[in-house]
Design a protein around this ligand. Structure first.
Ligand code: GLU
Length: 468
C-alpha cells in the first residue's frame, strides 16, 4: 500500500436523492475502515448539486444511517452546493490556462454530431468544433447563445490506473470526448465537482461502487490538467440479491434504517456488510476493532457479493447473544411497549437473558418477551382438554400447594418439579407441558423452571388456580 508517505484521506460522497441503502452503507463502511486502518481521515461529502433530485430529507436519512452504523466522519458533512464559487473559480482558471474552452454548439448541433458519429460506426461524441488548436480558425461566436465550458481532453495516449480492487484499467483517450464542465448558466457538472473536491479535500484514496469506473478516466484527466495529485481508486462490485439479480425492495434495496426498525444491531450490520465484498481468511464474525485492524484493499473482492438474509440473521443472532443483558433489555423495552407489553411488571433483564439465545433480531426477542410482558391469553379449550388431564391437574394442584413454601428461584422450582415427578410417577413432559398450558397458555416456552421464576410466584399460582 502506498499509504505510508501521505496521510490517508478517504471520503464517502453520497448523492442525497434517497435513503442510505446497503450499497451506499457498504461504500461508507469500506472508506471509513480504510481510513481508520491507516490512521487517516474519513470525510463525508454530500453531492447535492442535482437540485431536482436532492432533498433535505435524504440528507438527513444519510446522516441518520451513518450515525446508526457508527460511521462518524472526521470531517464534514460538506455540501457541494456550498462550493459553487470554488468550482467557478477553477473553471475560470482552466479557461485562462487553456485546458478548457467555450463551446457554442447548441444541444441540437451536438446531437447531430453524435448522430453522424453513430452513422459512421463510431462512438457518439462531440466533434471538437470549438476546440482551440494551434493554427485552427474557430467559427464566429454566435451572439444569441451562451456557451458551455468543455474540458480539453487529451486526444491520444491512454488514461490508466491500477485499481485497488480490479487491478490495471486503461481507457484510450480517443474514447473520451471533451466533457462539459460548466453549463451555459455557469453551473458546474458532476464529474468536475467531484474532481475539484477530491483535489481540495486532498483525498488520497477513493473507494466507490464500480458504476463509477467510466467516470474515473475523465476525473483523472481533469486532475492531471489541474496539476493535482491523482488519488488511488478502488471500484467495488455491486451487491446482488439472493437470486443473483439486482437488489430488490424485498432484499436490501431499502434504507439501512429499516434494518434498525426490524431489530438488527448496528454491530451485526457492520460485520455482515464488511463481509460483502471483503474477507479476512475464513473469519465471519469480527468486531469493529478487528475490522479496522484487518481492513486492507488487497482482500476486496473482484466479484459481486450476494446478499444473504439468512447469514445476516445468523450474524445478528451472534451479536444479540453477546450483548450485555442490561443493554439488551434497554434495546428491547421500546419494542415490547410498542406491542402493548408492560416492561415494568417483570424483570426485563432476566427475560432477555433467558430468551436471547434463540433470537435473531430484537423484534423476535420482543415478541418472545411478550410471554412475560403481554396480557395473558389462557389456553384454548382444545389445549386444556388435551393437556390438563385428571392426572395433570392433581400434579398441578400439588405443585401450587408446595410452591407456597419454597424460595421462588429457578433451582428450588426445579427441585420441586423433580420431587413431584417422583411422587406422581410422571415423566418430565407430563408435568412441564401442563404447567406451560396453565401459566403460559401454550405448550412451548423456554425452560419451564426459568419461565416460572420470571413470571413470579403470585402470577403462577393464580394461573394454576384458574386452570386446574
Ligand atoms: N455521488 C456519487 C454517488 O452517490 C458518488 C461519487 C463518488 O464516490 O465519486 O453515487
Amino acid at each position: 500500500m502506498t499509504a505510508a508517505s501521505t496521510p490517508v484521506r478517504t471520503r464517502f460522497a453520497p448523492s442525497p436523492t434517497g435513503f442510505l441503502h446497503l450499497g451506499g452503507a457498504r461504500t461508507a463502511l469500506f472508506s471509513w475502515a480504510f481510513a481508520r486502518h491507516y490512521g487517516g481521515t474519513f470525510i463525508l461529502r454530500v453531492e447535492d448539486t442535482d437540485l431536482e433530485r436532492s432533498t433535505p430529507e435524504a440528507v438527513q436519512a444519510i446522516l441518520d444511517g451513518m450515525t446508526w452504523l457508527g460511521l462518524k466522519p472526521d470531517e464534514g458533512p460538506f455540501f457541494q452546493m456550498q462550493h459553487m464559487d470554488r468550482y467557478r473559480e477553477v473553471v475560470a482558471q482552466m479557461l485562462s490556462a487553456g485546458t478548457a474552452y467555450h463551446c457554442y454548439s447548441s444541444p441540437a448541433e451536438v446531437e447531430a454530431m453524435r448522430e453522424r458519429a453513430r452513422a459512421a460506426g463510431q462512438k457518439p461524441r462531440y466533434d471538437g468544433t470549438w476546440r482551440p488548436e494551434p493554427g485552427k480558425k474557430l467559427p464566429p461566436i454566435p451572439t444569441d447563445r451562451k456557451p458551455v465550458v468543455r474540458f480539453k481532453s487529451p486526444q491520444d495516449g491512454a488514461t490508466a490506473w491500477v485499481d485497488l480492487v480490479k487491478g490495471p484499467i486503461s481507457f484510450d483517450n480517443t474514447e473520451l470526448d471533451d466533457l462539459v464542465i460548466a453549463r451555459p448558466d455557469g453551473t458546474p457538472t458532476y464529474n468536475f465537482c467531484v474532481v475539484v473536491d477530491d483535489w481540495d479535500m486532498r483525498i488520497t484514496h477513493v473507494l466507490r461502487g464500480d458504476d463509477h469506473v467510466n467516470n474515473t478516466p475523465r476525473q483523472i484527466t481533469i486532475l492531471r490538467a489541474l496539476g493535482a495529485p491523482i488519488p488511488e481508486y478502488g471500484h467495488v462490485p455491486m451487491i446482488l440479491g439472493p437470486d443473483g439479480e439486482k437488489l430488490s425492495k424485498r432484499h436490501g434495496a431499502v434504507s439501512v434504517m429499516e434494518y434498525d426498525r426490524d431489530g438488527y444491531l448496528p454491530e451485526g450490520m457492520i460485520n455482515y456488510l464488511a463481509r460483502l465484498g471483503w474477507s479476512h481468511g475464513d473469519d465471519e464474525l469480527f468486531s469493529r476493532d478487528q475490522l479496522v485492524a484487518w481492513f486492507d484493499p488487497q482482500h476486496l473482492s473482484k466479484s459481486a457479493a450476494q446478499w444473504d438474509p439468512k447469514k445476516l440473521n445468523w450474524v445478528n443472532a451472534h451479536y444479540i447473544k453477546h450483548t450485555d443483558d442490561q443493554q439488551l433489555a434497554a434495546l428491547v423495552a421500546p419494542r415490547v411497549s410498542a406491542r402493548g407489553g408492560d416492561t415494568q411488571r417483570t424483570d426485563l433483564v432476566a427475560v432477555v437473558k433467558l430468551l436471547k439465545d434463540r433470537a435473531e433480531t430484537l423484534e423476535q426477542l420482543a415478541e418472545a418477551a411478550m410471554l412475560f410482558c403481554g396480557t395473558f391469553t389462557p389456553a384454548t379449550e382444545d389445549l386444556r382438554a388435551q393437556h390438563l388431564t385428571e392426572i395433570a391437574r392433581l400434579a398441578l394442584t400439588d405443585f401450587a400447594k408446595q410452591a407456597e413454601t419454597i424460595d421462588w428461584n429457578r433451582v428450588e422450582i426445579a427441585a420441586l418439579i423433580k420431587s413431584l415427578l417422583a411422587t406422581h410417577g410422571l415423566k418430565m413432559p407430563q408435568l412441564a407441558i401442563p404447567l406451560r398450558v396453565a401459566v403460559a397458555g401454550t405448550t412451548q416456552t423456554p425452560a419451564i423452571d426459568a419461565v416460572l421464576e420470571i413470571l413470579g410466584k403470585q402470577t403462577v399460582l393464580a394461573r394454576i388456580a384458574t386452570a386446574a
